[in-house]
Ligand binder design. Structure first.
Ligand SMILES: [Zn+2]
Length: 131
């Protein structure tokens, strides 16, 4: 789907992307199974490992974040979802919506991480810590 930039050879980022996607898939599975519905969670947005925003997800909103030359458009409430991105891999868009505390969306090219925190299981360790 969509266009991909031509790549001459695999880079370490490719491996990192593959690992993160696998980890995310597990996180989504375990997170969905835990199922603490009804509690609002906070989406914390990190760029280059630094927190840049914190958004309550109990009300709908949409914001854009830019880092490392890429811009991602994120829809909040309920949960969080990357609706569009100009990054080459589109993994963040393909991740879809996350709704449970501990789940994350990662955009590796932009080095942006959106992690859901809070809710009922705030003392619980996140399923996946990425980056
Ligand atoms: Zn992305």
């Amino acid at each position: 789907m969509g266009k991909r930039l031509p790549r001459l050879k695999p880079t370490p980022w490719d491996l990192a992307v593959a690992l993160c996607v696998a980890a995310l898939a597990c996180a989504v599975l375990f997170g969905a199974r835990r199922g603490d519905a009804g509690e609002y969670v906070t989406a914390v947005v990190y760029a280059d490992g630094a927190e840049v925003d914190r958004v309550r997800t109990d009300a709908p909103s949409e914001r854009a974040y830019s880092a490392n030359g890429y811009t991602i458009q994120v829809q909040f409430g309920p949960g969080a979802r990357v609706v569009s991105s100009d990054c080459p891999t589109q993994d963040c868009v393909h991740t879809g919506a996350v709704t449970y505390s501990g789940q994350s969306i990662v955009c590796l090219p932009a080095r942006i991480v959106i992690r859901l925190e809070g809710g009922a299981a705030s003392d619980d360790a996140p399923d996946a810590v990425l980056g």
